[in-house]
Design a protein around this ligand. Structure first.
Ligand code: NAI
Ligand code: MG
Length: 500
């Protein structure tokens, strides 16, 4: 495999040096393209500027889309297995960069390296390996329509895909879009999030070693001035987006104007139902992992509504608080750190506003956990103590709205029917979990919970091979599976061959 990679890109383990080196460029048509417009990339743990990202506009978009259009024909002409091999090779290349990417993610997003950033950097190559093996699954069907007519379907790429990604798990969420899109024969233009433009740019640079120029282009810039022109570009044939509901609506409007398909992975307010007979210790493990306390709750599947049987509430609260209290908040690059920072000043203000709203509610109690770092320069960083509320009712904005921060509510219920009804009141429907030893109730809940991803007695995150995506306001379409590639990155052509 090393053959042909004489000048193979070497990992850069100093994230500060790597951030500098990635300053001011987009990756278009296989080249790093300098931009005269730039914006600061800030380390959220210290508020120091670590790089200047290229600030793309409509002209940048046009250059990237043009490159993707030119590359698409030849890319689609490769056999599907050949494309799959290249995507598998992408996975292998990324494997050599896990540590480098882990440090860069920690630096630019503030996610703790041991608990979050390295985990994310490690799963990246698995997604490419998974989709790389699916080239030969781009199959059609034969249909017994008439004996003298051979009737069949073939799958074709949609063309040029625009992918707009967020900052909370940039590597993972980008991989879930580009790997299936590319295997299916599309070319891609990704616009990164303003808060996390560097790690994904590094991935784009690494993958150029395995991909022809123009197949995968990555540009950075803000939503309205770069994301907007990308979604509205006449030569874009499909949009795939992960982010907020309001931006999802803007993007769906753009897709509607052009009548092109769109996949939306939006927010959530995922219920975790703990019945009276649950294995409490297992449920506590699930609550800690499910609420993504180590990621400051910045996850669309965060278990931010914990519906706990009233008899268990005191013990559940004490154990959960005890666990989160023991977590160390601090330097995201320090191996001892469990919890890093909130991504941006705007997100921090939003989360603090929700905490203040919760505090104003009569009968509510705020249980703050862990401790803020006190040493410079981290005492300036965007750290926030994880917050568990009790005594809130379902109408509180803390319970009803997505906060996207380390804030959860323990909500007491008295019977199973009440728990299911309350779980389903949400406008969202991304994920749900139920914790019980009662098989019959678990199965009943699986059928009745309004969510795209339902788990019993566990709470794992998105996995290669398992369709992932929400209903209601949580979005449209699925990611992470074979079905996601076939349904969202190909179109079916029906062919009739008359031999009469
Ligand atoms: P956002 O949805 O505004 O940003 C996500 C991406 O969309 C970024 O790349 C951004 O530049 C782009 N974007 C923004 N406006 C655009 C436009 N008009 N046209 C095209 N692209 C546009 O999310 P933001 O502002 O970072 O966070 C706000 C809230 O969104 C969070 O508090 C959270 O509730 C939710 N969110 C959900 C995520 C998820 O995983 N489902 C991820 C990130 C945020
Ligand atoms: Mg926004």
């Amino acid at each position: 495999m090393t053959e042909g990679f004489a000048s193979r890109l070497q990992p850069v383990l100093d994230p500060f040096a790597l951030a500098e080196a990635l300053s001011g460029v987009h990756l278009i048509d296989g080249q790093l393209v300098a931009s005269s417009q730039r914006f600061d990339v800030v380390n959220p743990a210290t508020l120091q500027v670590i790089a200047q990202a290229a600030d793309g506009d409509a002209a940048t978009v046009d250059a990237a889309v043009t490159a993707a259009v030119l590359a698409q024909g030849p890319w689609a002409k490769l056999s599907a297995r050949e494309r799959g091999k290249k995507i598998s090779l992408c996975g292998q290349l990324l494997q050599d960069h896990v540590e480098e990417l882990a440090r860069l993610v920690a630096l630019e997003t503030g996610k703790a390296i041991r608990t979050e950033s390295r985990v994310e950097a490690s799963v990246l190559s698995d997604i490419f390996a998974f989709y790389g093996g699916l080239g030969s699954e781009l199959k059609g069907e034969t249909i017994p329509w008439k004996p003298e007519v051979l009737t069949l379907t073939i799958r074709e790429p949609v063309g040029v895909v625009a992918a707009i990604i967020p900052w909370n798990a940039p590597l993972l969420l980008m991989a879930l879009k580009i790997a299936p899109a590319l295997v299916a024969g599309n070319t891609v233009v990704v616009k990164s999030a303003e808060e996390a433009p560097l790690c994904v740019l590094r991935v784009a640079q690494i993958l150029q070693q395995a991909l022809p120029p123009g197949v995968f282009n990555l540009i950075s810039g803000d939503g309205p001035n770069c994301g907007g022109p990308l979604c509205n570009h006449p030569q874009i044939n499909k949009i795939t987006f992960t982010g907020s509901v309001p931006t999802g609506r803007i993007i769906a409007h753009a897709a509607a104007e052009k009548l092109i398909p769109v996949t939306l992975e939006l927010g959530g307010k995922s219920p975790m139902i703990v019945l009276a007979d649950a294995d409490l210790d297992k449920a506590i493990d699930g609550a800690v992992a499910g609420m993504r306390f180590t990621r400051q709750g910045q996850s669309c599947t965060a278990a931010s509504r914990m519906l706990v049987h009233r008899s268990l509430v005191p013990e559940f609260l004490a154990k959960l608080k005890g666990r989160v209290d023991r977590m160390i908040m601090g330097d995201p690059l320090d191996e001892r750190t469990d919890i890093g920072t909130i991504i941006s000043a705007q997100q921090l203000a939003t989360v603090q506003r929700y905490v203040a709203l919760g505090l104003q509610t009569p009968g509510a109690t705020l249980h703050e956990c862990s401790a803020l770092p006190t040493q410079a320069p981290f005492n300036r960083g965007r750290f926030l103590r994880p917050a568990i509320f009790t005594g809130l009712d379902d109408s509180s904005p803390v319970v009803a709205e997505e906060i996207f921060g380390p804030v959860t509510a323990i909500l007491a219920f008295d019977d199973y029917e009440e728990a299911i009804a309350r779980a389903n009141t949400s406008q969202y429907g991304l994920a749900a979990t139920i914790w019980t030893r009662d098989l019959k109730l678990a199965l009943d809940a699986v059928h009745r919970l309004q969510a795209g991803f339902v788990q019993v007695n566990q709470n794992v995150v998105v996995q290669s091979g398992l369709s992932y995506g929400g209903i209601k306001q949580s979005g449209l379409g699925k990611e992470a599976s074979l079905e996601a590639m076939l349904d969202h990155f190909t179109t079916k052509k029906t062919v009739l061959l008359n031999f009469a």
